[in-house]
Design a protein around this ligand. Structure first.
Ligand code: TPP
Length: 341
């Protein structure tokens, strides 16, 4: 049992995270989380300029879930998300330039300027899309898994959603169907304890989310979502089960969102959560945790860390400039991607 200062939870691990990993693999996970963090901070620092014409939902604090899950997937596996897209999209290999252009509402954005941050898309890397409707992507991913199974495609479909999405009926209808048909689908519930400003206590009875999924007969577990290797191992096992026809897995990955529900900065001062709770969770930073492990094992050093940060910083700056200098949509573009008969 791991006891966090504010949220006492029992974690079950589907397999041991004590395996020996290649140094390059571990450094790759670290880099991927660091890159997401730095991109999020850069977006946050420029959001007040009001040039990004989109709501944003930052994933600072939750990076390990996106990175650990996607590290266990193939490019051909398909990922779907909710409104909190950016970590999932980047971890699956989505184009940073395409994302930045989308945030700036440019014509060359990854969703053609039609979507904004909540509707990213990069089919070339298996990021199939997202929905701002809470729980909305879950039946879509389940249907896609049904399609993949029917067409005998060797493809896993993965859907990320928040804890509040488990208050939507469509989720349980989807899980019921996936269990019945043994569909190759992974349900990744990113439990950060809040739905906008409402805590779990005022929204759900005290029943562990992953146990509800287990009641449908699907494999289900809760993992420490601040530990990227735990996320990776749980997903790897779930993928193995799904690829061999063993059906869906539900993973409840627990990690805390450090920023407000939407926009830049932390909104705890508005009173819906204790600012001390935020500080307490920040001690469980997924990136610092892995960095310390790498240093302890002499697999990494400060010089490499600094040059890695510089490289990422340059990439981010280039992506911002790409977006800022790209053309806006024009009036004539209004009718493209609009279907009528
Ligand atoms: C069906 C539906 N109901 C309400 C909303 C408004 N809404 C947007 S995000 C959100 C909270 C979602 O919380 P959660 O699913 O836990 O994800 P998190 O934001 O914590 O990542 C709500 C209620 C919505 N977009 N769709």
């Amino acid at each position: 049992m791991i006891r966090y200062p504010y949220n006492e939870l029992e974690f079950t691990f589907s397999s041991s995270p004590d395996e020996t990993y290649e140094a390059d693999f571990l450094i790759g996970l670290y880099r991927s989380m660091l890159r997401i963090r730095m991109i999020q901070e850069a977006i946050e620092s420029r959001y007040h300029e009001d040039e990004m014409k989109t709501p944003i939902h930052l994933v600072i604090g939750q990076e390990a879930t996106s990175v650990g899950v996607c590290a266990a997937l193939r490019t051909t596996d398909q990922v779907y998300s909710s409104h909190r897209t950016q970590g999932n999209y980047l971890a699956k290999g989505g184009s940073l330039k395409g994302m930045m252009s989308e945030l700036y509402c440019r014509l060359n954005g990854c969703a053609g300027s039609r979507g904004g941050s909540m509707h990213l898309l990069d089919k070339s890397v298996g990021y199939a899309g997202s929905s701002a409707i809470v729980g909305g992507s879950v039946p879509i991913a389940t249907g896609a898994a049904f399609g993949a199974q029917y067409l005998k495609k060797d493809q896993i479909n993965v859907v990320f959603f928040g804890d509040a999405a488990t208050e939507e009926g469509a989720i349980w209808e989807s899980i019921n169907f996936a269990a019945l048909k043994s569909l190759p689908v992974l349900y990744i519930c990113e439990n950060n304890f809040y739905s906008v400003c409402s805590s779990m206590e005022v929204r759900q009875p005290k029943v562990d989310i992953y146990k509800k999924a287990g009641a449908f007969g699907v494999n289900s577990c809760r993992i420490d979502g601040t530990q990227v290797l735990n996320v990776y191992e749980a997903t790897r096992e779930a993928v193995k089960i799904a690829r061999s026809g063993g059906g869906p897995t539900f993973i409840e990955s627990v990690a805390y969102r450090w920023r407000g529900h939407g926009g830049a900065g932390d909104d705890s001062a508005s009173g819906y959560r204790d600012p001390e709770e935020v500080k307490a969770w920040q001690k469980f930073c997924p990136i610092d945790g892995l960095y310390k492990d790498l240093m302890k094992k002499n697999l990494f050093d400060e010089t490499r860390n600094s040059s890695m940060k510089k490289e990422i910083q340059d990439e981010i700056e280039e992506a911002f400039q790409h977006a800022i200098n790209s053309p806006n949509p024009e009036e004539k573009d209004l009718s493209t991607y609009v279907y009528s008969d």
